[in-house]
Each structure stands twice: as structure tokens, then as C-alpha cells.
Design a protein around this ligand. Structure first.
Ligand code: G1P
Length: 285
């Protein structure tokens, strides 16, 4: 089944990365030489998504400009005869059909998704939380779209987390279906370790059905006093099945300095033009 639209939630303050995020969006911090948000858009496009809907907020305009044409810069590169960079810059603005919605108040991920209701309409769609960058052979969203097509029900990505860390994630109660695929029997946002139904924590990738919007509307504020997508999915479980996909590859939480540094090193070591120099430096540290 063709999934055409992805919502990228990019309205958060990035408090875990202060002061770097005091006056710039966390999504624009670089991973090697591209902003974090570009990796998300590439994952979406490589999964067959045609339109990317960003939910943004105040202070995020550099992200909006990023995917736009940059006429002055292109002119300068053209004059210099730097054909390679010129092509790279053109590719960024042609990468995806994008649109932006502003979430005026940061009332939670569920609320942010609800702001995209009119643009999504009545079709299934993907949601991405851009802090989570996943390095995998097959794009995670693509694997999830395949599961959606097979079962005709929503899908969340999960990863095994440590017992202590369940309080940082939405956590599912799983029932084995096949290798790496579970049916979700229940789910809870940020449980204390002793109350967690498993150690399978939700990672920032979702395949949702349009019925989620009605569920979000009746979801009361939950953990952190925010309208949580996890709680809305729990409500929808009464009428629809939900599946979980245990992701393959490595996930980096780039919303924290440590996760961001790890991702930078891992992605830089994959680059032919940087690997040897970086490896040599790391060996000498
Ligand atoms: C959000 C979701 C949570 C999920 C996590 C993944 O939490 O609410 O269910 O496990 O993203 O990164 P946040 O990190 O915004 O607190």
C-alpha cells in the first residue's frame, strides 16, 4: 500500500541540548555536514513518502528556509563554477514536497499530530520524531509501511531498552507474531521500571490510521501533563489492532549531547573523505 504523507514533529524546545538550542532549532544541529532534519527527510523519501508535513513552532524558521530554494547562494556558486556544490544545493530544495504547520502551544506530541489533521485527511500516514536517527540498511519507516500493508493496522517502532530507561519511553505489552514483529496488547507512556509491561520502548517512528485523530481529541493530558500519542494509541486499541516493529540497525538519540556525539562519530566514520583522518585522531586520543 502506498503511504504518501509523513508528519515530522519539530516543535519542541530542545531543552536537553541547552544552551546550544537557545536560539536555534535542535533539528538544525549538524550530523557531520548535514542538519539532523535532513536525515529524517531522506528516510521518509527513501520509504516512498511524497509529502512531508513539518509541525514547527516559534524560532524554527531556519529549518523552514533550509528546504527552500536559495537563489543568492546558487548564483554565487554558479559564478564560481562550483558545479558539484550547486547540484547538492539544488537537490536539497527539490528533495521533497514540504509544508509547515505551526503548533502555537507545546501541548504534547499527540496535540502536535492533531494539528496536521486537515492536511492528512482520511488516509494512513507516518509520524517521525526527528531526535531519533536510525542507521539501518532498509529505512525503518519502509519496514513499518510493509507491516502496515500486511496487517492493515497501525505500527510503532520499538527497541529493547534497559530496565532503568523505561521511564524515558512509551513501553508496549507485546505478543509475539513473527521475527521482530509483535502485536501490541497495551502501551503506557514513561512507566517506572517496576510498572513497565516489557522493556520494548517506542522509538520515534509511527504508522497511524486517520482514526487516531478522534482518539487524540478525547485523550486527556498524561505524563508531563502533555497530550501523549501513546495514550491516544491505547484508546484506539479498543477498536483497532496495533503492531510493533523491533528496529534493525542502530538508533541514536540526537536530542542529547552524548547521543548526538555518538551519531556524529558513527556517521563520520562511514564517510570516505573523513574516515581516515578521524580514525587516526581517535587512535591518538
Ligand atoms: C517521545 C514519546 C515516547 C517515545 C519517545 C521516543 O517521548 O512520547 O513514547 O518513546 O519519544 O524517542 P519524548 O522523548 O518526547 O519524551
Amino acid at each position: 500500500m502506498k503511504i504518501r504523507k509523513a508528519v515530522i514533529i519539530a516543535a519542541g524546545y530542545g531543552t536537553r541540548f541547552l544552551p546550544a538550542t537557545r536560539s536555534q532549532p535542535k533539528e538544525m544541529l549538524p550530523l557531520v555536514d548535514r542538519p539532523i532534519i535532513q536525515y529524517n527527510v531522506e528516510e521518509a523519501i527513501n520509504s516512498g513518502i511524497e509529502q512531508v508535513i513539518f509541525v514547527t513552532a516559534r524560532g524554527k524558521h531556519t529549518m523552514e528556509d533550509y528546504f527552500d530554494d536559495c537563489f543568492e547562494l546558487e548564483q554565487v556558486l554558479e559564478r564560481k563554477g562550483d558545479e558539484e556544490r550547486l547540484q547538492q544545493m539544488r537537490e536539497v530544495s527539490r528533495m521533497a514536497d514540504v509544508c509547515y504547520i505551526r503548533q502555537k502551544k507545546q501541548l504534547g506530541i499527540g496535540h502536535a499530530i492533531l494539528t496536521a489533521k486537515d492536511i492528512i485527511g482520511n488516509e494512513p500516514f507516518a509520524v517521525m520524531l526527528p531526535d531519533d536517527i536510525i542507521d539501518s540498511k532498509v529505512p525503518t519507516l519502509k519496514s513499518m509501511i510493509d507491516i502496515y500493508s500486511k496487517y492493515g493496522a497501525g505500527v510503532v517502532a520499538v527497541e529493547r531498552v534497559s530496565k532503568e530507561d523505561t521511564r524515558k519511553y512509551g513501553v508496549i505489552e507485546p505478543k509475539d507474531v513473527s521475527q521482530g514483529v509483535y502485536e501490541v496488547l497495551s502501551l503506557v507512556e514513561k512507566p517506572e521500571p517496576e510498572k513497565a509491561p516489557s522493556r520494548l520502548g517506542i522509538v520515534g517512528r509511527y504508522m497511524l490510521t486517520p482514526e487516531i485523530f478522534e482518539a487524540i481529541k478525547i485523550t486527556p493530558p498524561g505524563a508531563g501533563n502533555e497530550i501523549q500519542i501513546t495514550d491516544a494509541m491505547q484508546i484506539l486499541l479498543k477498536t483497532q489492532k496495533l503492531y510493533a516493529y523491533e528496529l534493525e540497525g542502530l538508533r541514536y538519540d540526537t536530542g542529547s549531547p552524548l547521543g548526538w556525539l555518538k551519531a556524529n562519530i558513527a556517521f563520520a566514520l562511514k564517510r570516505d573523505d573523513i574516515r581516515l583522518g578521524l580514525q587516526d585522531y581517535l587512535d591518538r586520543l
